[in-house]
Design a protein around this ligand. Structure first.
Ligand code: SF4
Ligand code: SF4
Length: 387
């Protein structure tokens, strides 16, 4: 992302001002989506005020482990990221593409009308803004655009929150994607909290954001508040849980299709596809056709799919990638190497979700480092051992 162009000077909102922001977005017709607690996790869902935010909660994340804990304060955004990303709203897990109905003289096809719901996303992290920018390139940047994604994306209002807490599996600093939101948002907040303060340093990143901000109760942010926000960012950067060394990684991965480490990962991998479901940039889908029992109506449905399933690469006679080693290799090398050739950036933004939510704790930073440390370690061989 380039240098930011931010209309207007930073201002301070207090919690009542943040509540007013949510109300103002709802009054403008947006469905406001923000973080909230559900079933032991912080998820993104519809909210109608700051009362729904996870006040005083934080997340502890490690490979294969996620737990919520109480904070010593009442921070509203005092966690890293949860299992969901915003892709479930812009690129939903299931979407009907068209319907067909039997008629007396044949059948008619009804294409799906473009979605009309306009989302306001509250609490987007810097890495998540980068993930949306990546999905923009995937869905909108080529010859064929995804009409559903295009409609949802065009109507969205993005409110970023700079990270005040680094997650145990995060590595956005080494990916150049965080923890500060630099562009791609309408508004960006930094939560400032202490014994005698709870407020949000707020900047606008678009004309629409500036216009909305001007309607909210706020006060100018002085140099002290800006210095406090800078120190929040410095603390988060210093607390980052992991790193991924990117120099030479693409070349090392592309030179190592037969590396023995792929079999090492496959011996641990369950091919459960969790990593691709939680990843904010993974975009693969498959389509299936359904008819009703009466045979009068049929529909084609698009659903999230994963390169970790055998069915995903099934071509008549069998899957192209029958072994887990080949599926993990496909995922990792696409994400960190071929994606650069295809879309001009890495496919990973360092959010750490695939590490946290892998049931056996497979860690993309460790697996990439193992390949990078000794690329192309053995000559081409026949197949891989783990089905
Ligand atoms: S590959 Fe893992 S760390 Fe990278 S963006 Fe996807 S889920 Fe996040
Ligand atoms: S790497 Fe982990 S999350 Fe991904 S498919 Fe394998 S076991 Fe599941």
């Amino acid at each position: 992302m380039g240098a930011p162009t931010l209309p207007g000077a930073p201002v301070l909102l207090d919690p009542a001002g943040l509540d007013a922001l949510i109300a103002a977005l709802a009054a403008r017709g947006f469905s406001v989506i923000g973080p909230t607690l559900r079933e032991g996790a912080i998820v993104y869902d519809r909210i109608s005020g700051i009362g729904a935010l996870p006040a005083g909660w934080t997340d502890r994340q490690e490979a294969g482990r996620y737990r919520l804990e109480r904070r010593a304060d009442a921070a509203l955004f005092g966690y890293a990221v949860g299992p969901q990303s915003w892709k479930r709203f812009l690129h939903p897990p299931e979407e009907r593409l068209w319907r067909a109905r039997r008629t007396e003289d044949g059948f008619t096809i009804e294409t799906e009308p473009p979605p009309v719901e306009r989302f306001a996303f509250l609490g987007m992290r810097a890495c998540e803004l980068h993930a949306v920018a990546i999905q923009d390139r995937v869905f909108l940047g080529g010859t064929h655009q995804d009409p559903g994604y295009a409609a949802r994306r065009a109507g969205a209002f993005l409110v970023a929150v700079n990270c005040g807490t680094a997650g145990g599996t995060c590595f956005c600093v080494s990916m150049g994607t965080g923890p500060r939101a630099e562009s791609g948002f309408d508004l960006a907040l930094t939560e400032l909290i202490g014994p005698d303060r709870h407020e949000f340093l707020t900047v606008a990143g678009s004309a629409e954001g500036a216009a909305l901000l001007a309607t909210l109760p706020s006060r100018p942010a002085g140099a002290e508040a800006e210095a406090a926000a800078a120190s929040v960012m410095a603390r988060t950067e210093a607390g980052m849980g992991r790193t991924l060394e990117r120099a030479g990684l693409k070349e090392a991965l592309q030179a190592s299709p037969e590396h023995p480490h792929w079999d090492d990962v496959a011996a641990r991998c369950l091919a459960c596809a969790n990593c691709t479901m939680v990843c904010p940039t993974c975009f693969c889908t498959s389509v299936s056709d359904h008819t009703d029992l009466a045979g009068t109506e049929a529909a084609r449905v698009k659903r999230w799919d994963s390169c970790f399933t055998a069915e995903f690469s099934f071509i008549h006679g069998g899957p192209v990638r029958p072994h887990r080693s080949a599926r993990y290799r496909q995922w990792l090398t696409h994400k960190l190497a071929h994606w650069v050739d295809q879309f001009g950036s890495s496919g990973c933004v360092g959010c750490g979700r695939c590490i946290t939510w892998c049931p056996v704790g497979i860690d993309i930073t460790a697996e990439a480092a193992a390949i990078r440390a000794a690329p192309d370690a053995k000559p081409e061989q026949e197949g891989h051992g783990n089905p």
